[in-house]
Design a protein around this ligand. Structure first.
Ligand code: RUB
Length: 332
């Protein structure tokens, strides 16, 4: 089925979810993954055709549409592939049977994802001590889960949250933590070294968009600078992430594409002759990461490949097929 025909069949609310991911109304790797699973569920529910064969092609088209919205967080293709596996690997007698399988599988992913967030929060909270001063960057629901769980357990600590220019996701973190009663201070990104040195930071905790086979963590731009500063001062650097942010693509040698966003996010009105770059993510090498907290336990970054092998061994061959590229006109 060609692209135009797929787009013609895609329900409006599925197009809206794809557009919300692309324009960051839905953002953060975990939320993006759940939204993509929800979109596949809606696409299956709303399909009005009668042929099983066409349904399979249509669902592949929807999967491509979703995966091409943002390039960096592997949670997006991982969630889509998790749901689509039931269509790619099973044989169905009827359209209804196939439709039900997609809906169930999408529900299962969303439920797993919520449980994973809770579980990694409980595991990560064990690392937090009363008296800690914690620095975080951007807005990560995994990090929030760790901090809020520890706070609810009665541990008392304070948090510094970076603003996270140019999109200021740090304000979301600061607001969320303040709402829980956690003492939180917002600081400019450029104050990170000063905060680590002068405010006696004891731990840094950040989320992840992608964890590579060699244990590098791709997260919001600026994360790697914070890791450098933490290393210099011997401050523990922790990553909190669900395991569906580990990338099977990196096992077969594919590089992680770093999203480059519009220069207008940095400088609203262009200045003639001035060039602006706006990379949205960076890679923190494994040597700068003390541990990765997941819903399956805490691992050293160097164990990422083992976890990937265990989770994806049946699908590593599929991972060799290149992920769809982000296209400017993906969403009509
Ligand atoms: C968000 C970001 C977050 C990770 C993890 O970037 O870098 O740290 O996605 O978030 P953006 P979570 O705002 O550009 O999507 O733990 O919520 O999955």
């Amino acid at each position: 089925m060609d692209r135009e025909r797929v787009l013609g069949l895609v329900p409006e609310d599925v197009k809206r979810i794809a557009d919300d991911i692309k324009t960051m109304r839905i953002r953060g790797a975990g939320r993006i993954a759940r939204a993509a699973a929800q979109a596949l569920m809606r696409a299956a529910e709303e399909y009005r055709g009668e042929s099983l064969e066409e349904f399979l092609e249509y669902m592949e088209g929807v999967a491509n549409l979703l995966v091409s919205t943002r390039p960096t967080a592997v949670s997006l293709p991982n969630a889509v592939n998790y749901v689509m596996t039931v269509l790619r690997e099973e044989k169905y007698q009827s359209l209804e049977e196939a439709r039900r399988a997609v809906i169930e599988r999408a529900r299962e992913f969303i439920e797993y994802s919520k449980q994973a967030l809770r579980r990694l929060g409980e595991i990560g909270a064990r690392l937090i001590r009363t008296g800690d001063t914690i620095l975080t960057h951007c807005n990560s629901s995994a990090v929030e889960s760790v901090l809020v769980t520890a706070w609810k357990q009665g541990k008392r600590f304070k948090v510094y949250a970076t603003e996270t220019r140019p999109r200021y996701q740090g304000y979301i973190t600061a607001r969320d933590l303040a709402r829980e009663g956690i003492p939180v201070t917002l600081v400019p990104d450029s104050a990170v070294l000063t905060v680590i040195e002068k405010m006696h930071v004891t731990k840094v905790i950040v989320g992840a968009d992608t964890v590579t086979a060699n244990g590098a963590v791709i997260n919001k731009i600026g994360t790697s600078q914070i890791a450098l500063a933490a290393k210099r001062h011997g401050v523990t650097f922790i990553v909190a992430t669900e395991t569906y942010k580990f990338s099977p693509y990196t096992v077969v040698g594919q590089l992680v594409e770093i999203e480059e966003r519009s220069p207008t996010e940095v400088l609203e009105k262009p200045i003639p002759g001035l060039r602006v770059r706006n990379p949205a993510f960076d890679a923190t090498p494994p040597d700068y990461i003390d541990m990765i907290v997941t819903e399956r336990g805490i691992i050293p970054p160097k164990s990422a490949a083992l976890l990937l092998w265990e989770m994806f061994r049946r699908h590593l061959v599929d991972a060799e097929a290149k992920k769809p590229q982000v296209e400017e006109d993906t969403i009509a």
